[in-house]
Design a protein around this ligand. Structure first.
Ligand code: GUN
Length: 284
């Protein structure tokens, strides 16, 4: 079975759109995305975020800055957004130029407006089992998994990759669902053997077509987070971390690339923006 992220994301966006329509006084959540420099993939991601945000009724603004912006100027821009009552969600598109300290920038964002869920307050709340802003990509993966298997209790989940953006929060979400979670990474021994034990395998490493059919069991659900640009027969193609053609007929379910996790990430960003709006409205 192919897990259709495009369709499931569309349903989530419809729900968000309808919830926004019901807000009092025609109020709309506001999302500001900060984009620095000319990173080609970031330009595409940000364009898509803006397009879908406006479609569901979120006021979306993109602030573009030159690659040469200083860390202090960037922090001041974020502080202005923290104090702007029309802005409910703030997202600083990564990667940042090398002269800017990513950790310090993330910590400048008001945690309630941190729709990426990268601020240590949100990271801590997620791992403590408190209400938190959850990073959009693992949240999207979680929704895809729950759509196929509503009760995850006792299942073995293998997360490939230990990044702060994907692997670690993914593991937290699955732990909360009573999965037995194993995180494997570049220094892990016997990755293939560990993956074979997974009822759920989430690949988030950034290595094209790494996961093959003999790595997984027939009953597994595979979620592919990878977005790798490779050249095949002189043409540029986007492929995941999973060898889709090799695996798709073997397993119980697999999310494709593109059309799997990608649209879910954006839908979850919109959901987080609405969540931030609701929290801030209660606070005022
Ligand atoms: N760059 C790639 N993925 C992401 C993401 O989820 N959030 C941000 N802010 N930047 C990214």
């Amino acid at each position: 079975m192919i897990i259709d992220g495009k369709k499931i994301a569309g349903e989530l966006r419809d729900k968000i759109k309808s919830d926004i329509k019901k807000l009092p006084n025609n109020n709309k959540p506001g999302l500001t995305v900060i984009l620095i420099g000319e990173h080609p993939a970031s330009q595409i991601y940000v364009r898509n975020k803006e397009k879908f945000a406006n479609e569901v009724g979120i006021n979306s603004i993109v602030l573009r800055f030159d690659e040469s912006i200083s860390e202090e100027d960037l922090k001041n821009e974020i502080k202005k957004l923290n104090n702007d009552s029309n802005v409910h969600g703030i997202l600083v598109q990564l990667p940042l130029p090398k002269h800017i300290n990513q950790k310090d920038i993330i910590q400048t964002i008001d945690p309630v407006k941190d729709v990426d869920g990268f601020h240590p307050i949100n990271v801590g709340n997620l791992s403590s089992g408190n209400d938190a802003m959850v990073p959009c990509t693992p949240l999207g993966c979680y929704y895809l998994i729950k759509k196929v298997i509503p009760n995850l209790s006792g299942l073995n989940a293998v997360v490939i990759g230990r990044s702060n953006i994907n692997g670690k929060p993914m593991a937290q979400l699955l732990l909360k669902e009573n999965c037995t979670v194993t995180i494997v990474h570049s220094k892990t021994k016997n990755i293939e053997e560990i993956c074979k034990n997974g009822d759920i395998v989430i690949a988030a490493v950034g290595k094209a077509k790494m996961v093959k059919s003999d790595w997984v069991k027939d009953t597994a659900i595979i979620i592919d987070v990878g977005i790798n640009r490779i050249e095949i027969n002189g043409k540029n193609k986007i492929v995941g971390d999973v060898d889709f053609d090799d695996i798709q007929d073997k397993v119980k379910g697999i999310s494709p690339v593109p059309g799997g996790v990608g649209p879910m990430t954006i839908a979850c960003l919109l959901e987080n923006t609405l969540k931030a709006y609701k929290k801030i409205s209660k606070r005022i």
